[in-house]
Design a protein around this ligand. Sequence first.
Ligand code: PRP
Ligand code: URA
Length: 214
Amino acid sequence: MAHPRFPNLTVLDHPLIQHKLSLLRDRRTTTRDFTGLVGEIAMLMAYEVTKDLPLEPVVVETPLERMTGAQVAGKKLVLVPILRAGLGMVDGIRQLVPSARVGHIGLYRDEATLQPVHYYFKIPKDGEGRDFLVLDPMLATGGSAAAACTALKEAGAQRVRLLSLVAAPAGVQHLLDTHPDVPVVAAALDRELNAHGYILPGLGDAGDRLFGTR
Ligand code: PRP
Ligand code: URA
């Protein structure tokens, strides 16, 4: 259901997602546990956002008889992690959707200007007609997510959604202003950004906590 403040936002309030998110926010959580939790939350979020995938009939021979079952129809889903922190969400989702394709977008936020800087882009060539899930644990100013959506659309993507763990109001609004056709699915909508563009209360620097670089 759309969030009352933002028509483009859905916050997933599943109890397991919320429980794991609290563990993730805790400053005492180790890199090892942090990595595991990001993967688990991403998997639960993917379970929710794939609930509307179209199905088609498929004939199956059971050991006893032939029956008509169902299988997911259409082209394979494309997961697009924004490097680096989005990488932490990939494996959890691939456990649910092993046939998903994986593209990569390299972006980092300039610490002084908070503007996204591009350094890598690779997605499947036949993007038309595919569903793209952009993965990034943090939606702060929204600059990185908007730049990723722009790059994907320039490469031919038509159906794009963003999966984030923690979103800030400013980021959701920025995405609404720049890409109103891109739904945002998050585990939490936090209060605000601090002067350095970090989400409050947030969970800190997701990339650093995932990869132990600080
Ligand atoms: C973080 C995060 C997002 C971005 C969010 O990445 O993973 O990509 O910041 O901020 P924004 O919404 O204001 O653009 P960062 O730039 O720290 O790069 P890293 O993952 O390589 O550490
Ligand atoms: N990037 C992060 O990793 N954390 C924030 O709070 C904001 C941007």
